[in-house]
Design a binder for this molecule. Structure first.
Ligand code: F6P
Length: 319
């Protein structure tokens, strides 16, 4: 293998740049040229590509976002659009593609594999919802961003004895809300993987008030409902007044944590090795501290499973 390509796709995640850097530099070690594709699959179809030299990925390990830009591109589901992508890569002499993104991005990669083009997926999303890997690039950074925000909200909530609802991203997954809830000591955590019960949330708030807690913080994952909707339910069902804070896209930004940088570096290098070894249609992941590869289809055939033991712990510790 003499030439490979790399792209970032879907919602960006801190650490994507570290993964791009690792791909380029590991490839250099193995004497392979790397082509960077701009704007994900859209750029691939439009032929927006550039050669990435070792120096081009210098000083990006610490930067959030993605140097290659990203896009959501629903048209990539069309067979003729995929054919165009493959034709562009073959014309440029590209023999394999590394896709850095979430499970949605993996579907596009799998379609290319079915058409005979080797692809490897690297999981990168703040949602941590890619089945088959315990962690995705960007999750740890986003988690620390949420913790920092909740800590700050707690300061003012305590001073004014307010009840705050903090709405956290995650699409259909509750990992970000759950881990942040544990780490920031939230009074209640509401995630899509556990049936929602307004009476239970009210009981938790009342229990806190009974033992003299004058402020509270509830974290709600966007996949369950918006913070505003939860505020309305609390008001209507129990007359409880709340303040709502929607953290929004700040959760996708920022300099990646050490953990995300290391994971991204490991994933990037492993992906290059996998392509060179002739693997195709494989996803890279981490399981019990070990970097592994597994069938790409596993990543969207299976449902994302959150850590329910951690949910139990969150409820136990927030009595
Ligand atoms: O998948 C990452 C993510 O940030 C989700 O948490 C969120 O639901 C979604 O992307 C938002 O996407 P967009 O930026 O396209 O609105």
């Amino acid at each position: 293998m003499k030439k490979i390509a790399v792209l970032t796709s879907g919602g960006d995640a801190p650490g994507m740049n570290a993964a791009i850097r690792a791909v380029v530099r590991k490839a250099k070690v193995l004497n392979i040229e790397v082509i960077g594709i701009y704007y994900g699959y859209q750029g691939l179809v439009e032929g927006q590509m550039t050669t990435l030299q070792v120096g081009d990925v210098g000083s990006i390990i610490q930067r959030g976002g993605t140097k290659l830009y990203s896009a959501r591109y629903p048209d990539f589901k069309q067979s003729d659009v995929q054919d165009q992508a493959i034709a562009n890569m073959r014309e440029a002499g590209i023999e394999g593609l590394i896709v850095i993104g979430g499970d949605g991005s993996y579907r596009g990669a799998m379609d290319l594999v079915k058409k005979g083009f080797p692809c490897i997926g690297i999981p990168a999303t703040i949602d941590n919802d890619v089945p088959g890997t315990q962690y995705t690039i960007g999750f740890d950074t986003a988690l620390n961003t949420v913790i920092d925000a909740v800590d700050k909200i707690r300061d003012t909530a305590t001073s004014h004895e307010n009840l705050f609802i903090v709405e956290v991203m995650g699409r259909d997954a509750g990992d970000l809300a759950l881990y942040a809830g544990v780490a920031a000591g939230a009074g209640a955590v509401i995630i899509p993987e556990v049936d929602f019960c307004i009476e239970d949330v009210i009981a938790r708030i009342k229990r806190g008030e009974y033992r003299g807690k004058m402020y509270n913080i509830i974290i709600v994952a966007e996949g369950v409902m918006s913070g505003t909707e939860l505020a309305r339910l609390l008001k209507e069902n129990a007359g409880i007044t709340t303040r709502v804070s929607v953290l929004g896209h700040m959760q996708r930004g920022g300099s990646p944590t050490g953990r995300d940088r290391v994971l991204a570096s490991q994933f990037g290098a492993y992906a290059v090795e996998a392509l060179v070894a002739g693997k195709k249609g494989r996803a890279i992941g981490v399981r019990n501290h070990e970097i592994v590869d597994y069938d790409l289809t596993e990543a969207f055939k299976k449902e994302h499973a959150t850590n329910l033991a951690l949910y139990t712990l969150a409820t136990e510790l927030s009595i």
